[in-house]
Every structure is written in C-alpha cells, then in structure tokens.
Design a protein around this ligand. Structure first.
Ligand code: HEM
Length: 124
C-alpha cells in the first residue's frame, strides 16, 4: 500500500509545482520554452498554483487566460507534440512521486485533458 498522502492544500500544490519545474527546466528540450518567463518566475509559478488550487478546492484564485498565454508563447517557442508528451510525462511522474489519492488522480487526468485541448488548438 502507498504511504504517500494526497494533495491537501496550497502548500502541497506549491511543492508539486516546484518539483515539476525542477525536472522541466533541466530538460534541454523544454527549458527554452520557459526562458522568457524566468525574469518573472515566482509570479508565473504563483499563477500556476492558483490554477490548480482553483481546480482542486474551488478557491476562485485563478482569473484565467491560459489559452492565450500558451498561444502567445507558441509563436516563438512551438509547443510541439514532443514537448506536450514530455510536459505530461514530467507532470505524471512528479505527481506519482509525491502524492497518492483522489486529488492526485484528478490533477493527472485534468492535465491530460487540458493538454489534449491545448495541443489540438495550437497544432491544428
Ligand atoms: C508543451 C506543454 C506546455 C508547455 C511547454 C507550457 C508552457 C507554458 C508557458 C511558457 C507559460 C507562460 C509562462 C509565463 O506566463 O511566463 C505557461 C503558462 C501556464 N501553463 Fe503551460 N505549458 C504546457 C502545458 C500546460 C498544460 C497541459 C497545462 C495545464 C493542464 C498548463 C498550465 C499552465 C498555466 C495554468 C499557466 C499560467 C497561465 C497564466 O498565467 O494565466 N500548461 N505554460
């Protein structure tokens, strides 16, 4: 049986996002996409935490605009199928390394769902 706990609060989401980006930013295929975000990195991470906090706990913390942000960056750093696959692989691996339970399953499934929509909008 798993000894990992589930995602319970904002602190847990922060730990998930930090660990996820440790992997992503060390990946030479992924890092260039985030290069222009590094000057406002803490701000970016805060928005991503808000996004997931809103999905998990309905806090109303996220004010939207994610489709637009991705399509803007896609103009200079194409979000290819390969990048989507890697993004999702880091996400699932990180969630599974840290958490287990209903919320952990939810964030994996939701990322796959949104990832498919984003990929379709950007690459079709
Ligand atoms: C190839 C896959 C992906 C790449 C390379 C990518 C990259 C990025 C980049 C460059 C930004 C903008 C950062 C900034 O504001 O400076 C961003 C924002 C964001 N991404 Fe992604 N992303 C990917 C997939 C996803 C997926 C599947 C989700 C959600 C399930 C997601 C959630 C977000 C959120 C919530 C933001 C913040 C948007 C805002 O500020 O309102 N991303 N992403």
């Amino acid at each position: 049986m798993s000894t990992l706990k589930d995602i319970e609060n904002r602190e847990d989401i922060k730990r998930l996002i930090d660990t996820f980006y440790d992997g992503v930013l060390n990946d030479p295929i992924m890092r260039p996409v985030f290069e222009d975000s590094l000057p406002h990195w803490e701000h970016h991470k805060g928005r991503v935490v808000n996004f997931w906090e809103n999905w998990l706990f309905q806090t109303g913390a996220y004010d939207g605009g994610m489709m637009w942000k991705h399509s803007a960056r896609h103009q200079t750093q194409p979000m290819t199928t390969e990048r989507f696959e890697r993004w999702l692989a880091y996400w699932i691996t990180t969630v599974d390394a840290l958490y287990s339970g209903e919320k952990a399953e939810f964030v994996k499934n939701k990322a796959m769902e949104i990832g498919q929509i984003l990929h379709h909008k950007l690459n079709n």
